[in-house]
Design a protein around this ligand. Structure first.
Ligand code: SF4
Ligand code: SF4
Ligand code: SF4
Length: 404
């Protein structure tokens, strides 16, 4: 029997669409404003908010419910919008446990915001790309002003009000060359215990399928990515296992153990995290917000129907079904699962650009992943054995393989 919602269902909400007070050079979302050219303002109405909250709660089969507010820049909506959202959550939640997390660029945090987030126990994801020099390379305002100092001010405010927050960083062509400076900044200067980082992989604008593949200048190369992962991993596995939670390493270990990883890019399938734009349009995934991946609108179909539709099931399965030959034959398939389909745009034989779900392309960063998996394998094997024996993975820090 198929139980589509035996896992929680997520739909990230974009209450202000793709509008943002920053214009980071690598942003993949800003141009989504072009999906709705007829309206200048892309603000979720009270009616859509209420419909969403009611339907989202009804769609869940687990006792806890997680709402994820995403942007654009979420803090460009006033606090009253989120206060209203919480009232509606209470009204329709009928006593169920409801949690909220919100993604922000951290530049608009005020004491009022911080107090609200603390008092209501919201988890905050703050985008920051490392020390000032790394961050300000690409994360700037529309008129080119840097944003790091404002983000740090926002983080100070969150700390002052004891708000729970995590850092979310991207690895690009610039900071990828300084893996240890990057990692130690989060660990030693920000005091983060949870760290997520994502590689920038974007195709040069204007290229068509069949053209020779080229990435944007900001994208990380496969070589840089492999080197970055190995260096950060070495630091982590020697000093920080059990203290610092690096999402990608946790996901790799999960796949080593044969359990579902906490990040979809490393999972076997897609489709459990949709996106809802400001006007109620639901798309298959945050990285597939294109007209052809629109599932419908919540004013016509419920979130349950949309996320459980044939179209979304097809999207979900495509990750495993439409896999390049080199992935099918790869010794690391169990750990990688071909990575995120968005990044499978390179035919590694012809070096041509292909459609991400055609089955003809493998991850642009494949060589980097291969290097990382083979480098981390002895440690992953050891941690797996420790966990299977009922011991803690941190034992790896004392293991003699580390002295090699
Ligand atoms: S803060 Fe986020 S949404 Fe805004 S421009 Fe930067 S990457 Fe894009
Ligand atoms: S396409 Fe990528 S980001 Fe979207 S669900 Fe699949 S793995 Fe995750
Ligand atoms: S490492 Fe490369 S070949 Fe192997 S599964 Fe990942 S993307 Fe495919």
């Amino acid at each position: 029997m198929i139980l589509p919602f035996s896992r929680p269902l997520y739909v990230m909400v974009k209450p202000i669409g793709a509008h943002c007070n920053l214009a980071c050079r690598y942003c993949y979302y800003l141009d989504k404003k072009g999906l709705y050219p007829e309206q200048k303002q892309h603000q979720m109405s009270d009616e859509t908010l209420e419909q969403f909250i009611k339907q989202y709660i009804e769609a869940q089969t687990t006792p806890q419910i997680l709402f994820t507010w995403h942007g654009g820049e979420t803090f460009m909506r006033p606090l009253s919008f989120y206060q209203k959202a919480m009232q509606l959550q209470q009204r329709y939640g009928a006593g169920r446990q409801i949690d909220n997390c919100i993604q922000t660029n951290g530049t608009l945090v005020t004491p009022e915001w911080a107090k609200f987030l603390h008092d209501n126990r919201w988890l905050v994801g703050v985008s920051i790309d490392g020390p000032q020099e790394f961050h300000d390379e690409y994360r700037r305002t529309r008129d080119g002003r840097p944003s790091w100092a404002k983000v740090m001010h926002g983080i100070d405010m969150l700390n002052k009000y004891q708000v729970e927050w995590n850092a979310m960083a991207v690895v690009n062509d610039y900071n990828a060359d300084y893996p240890l400076d990057f990692y130690r900044f989060f660990r030693d200067e920000l005091g983060c215990r949870f760290l997520q980082f994502t590689p920038i992989v974007e195709t040069k604008p204007g290229l068509m399928e069949g053209d020779t593949y080229e990435s944007t200048d900001e994208s990380v190369s496969a070589e840089q990515w492999g080197n970055f992962l190995c260096e950060v991993f070495d630091e982590w596995v020697k000093k920080d296992v059990g203290e610092m939670f690096v999402q990608l390493f946790d996901a790799t270990l999960a796949n080593w153990m044969g359990v579902m990883p906490g990040v979809c890019s490393m999972a076997k399938d897609c489709g459990h995290a949709g996106v809802m734009e400001w006007n109620g349009d639901v798309y298959s995934c945050d990285h597939f917000v294109f007209p052809e991946y629109k599932l419908g609108n919540i004013s016509q179909n419920t979130i349950y129907e949309l996320m459980n539709s044939g179209k979304q099931m097809e999207f979900s399965k495509a990750k495993a079904m439409m896999m390049a030959q080199q992935c099918q034959e790869c010794e690391w398939l169990f750990a990688c699962n071909g990575e995120c389909p968005k990044n499978r745009v390179l035919d590694h034989v012809t070096r041509k650009l292909v459609h991400p779900l055609s089955g003809g392309g493998a991850c642009v960063l494949c060589e980097g992943y291969r290097r990382f998996f083979s480098h981390a394998a002895p440690y992953m094997d050891f941690m797996k054995q420790e966990l299977l024996a009922g011991r803690e993975a941190r034992g790896v820090m004392k293991k003699e393989i580390l002295t090699k």
